[in-house]
Design a protein. Structure first.
Length: 205
């Protein structure tokens, strides 16, 4: 039910009570004032108009009702209320659909991120295992190099010893032996067999 009064030639204010049933639930629009005004410039008479605007913005109305001589705007308040409810339901459904689409998209993004993290974890673990497998080989090659260098030092000391007699000013026996002993001790420290490092070549770091 409703009552209405005309306050100005181009302005209508209606006060009404409308009971609505939406999706099995009862709603009441109680004491709502709907105010419409002429869209004509001030001082120019014209029909009043009520417009239902989209909630998402924009300047184009979803639906328009115009005050007509044979059908005054205040007699169509029930239609307007129904249109508001229908539009509201449409907006709610659209919002729910957008939310569902967002949830689906977000779940897909999370699943993709989890797959990426798992792939990265597996890659790092694979590289770690490969490093562990290569480490003994690397130590073995390093020890082989050390053995060659130790033998080269020993061969060098032996060659110097043999050439001492041919020198015009050779080192005395004590001086040469001191130098030879130091060089040979360095070779012994480098050699993996004498140092014992060959025994641990396959041990993990």
């Amino acid at each position: 039910m409703h009552d209405h009064t005309r306050r100005a030639p181009n302005q209508l204010t209606s006060h009404f009570f409308i009971g609505l049933l939406v999706a099995g639930r009862a709603f009441t629009i109680d004491g709502v004032s709907v105010k419409t005004a002429s869209t004509q410039p001030k001082g120019v008479s014209g029909p009043m108009r009520c417009q239902l605007m989209a909630l998402c913005g924009g300047d184009q109305p979803v639906e328009t009702w115009t005050d007509l001589e044979e059908q005054p705007l205040e007699t169509r308040l029930g239609d307007i209320a129904v249109a508001i409810v229908v539009h509201g339901e449409r907006v709610c459904r659209s919002s729910a659909q957008h939310h569902r689409e967002w949830v689906i998209k977000r779940k897909a993004e999370i699943a993709a991120e989890e797959r990426r993290k798992e792939a990265e974890r597996r890659r790092l673990e694979r590289e770690r295992l490969e490093r562990l497998e290569r480490a003994p080989v690397g130590r073995l090659l390093a020890q082989a190099k050390s053995l060659r260098e130790a033998d080269e030092i020993r061969a060098y000391v032996s060659a110097v010893r043999e050439r001492q007699a041919a020198l015009d000013d050779p080192l005395n026996a004590t001086g040469f032996q001191q130098r030879a002993d130091w060089a040979l001790s360095q070779a012994d420290q480098m050699e993996p067999v004498l140092s014992g490092s060959f025994r641990t070549v396959q041990d993990d770091d």
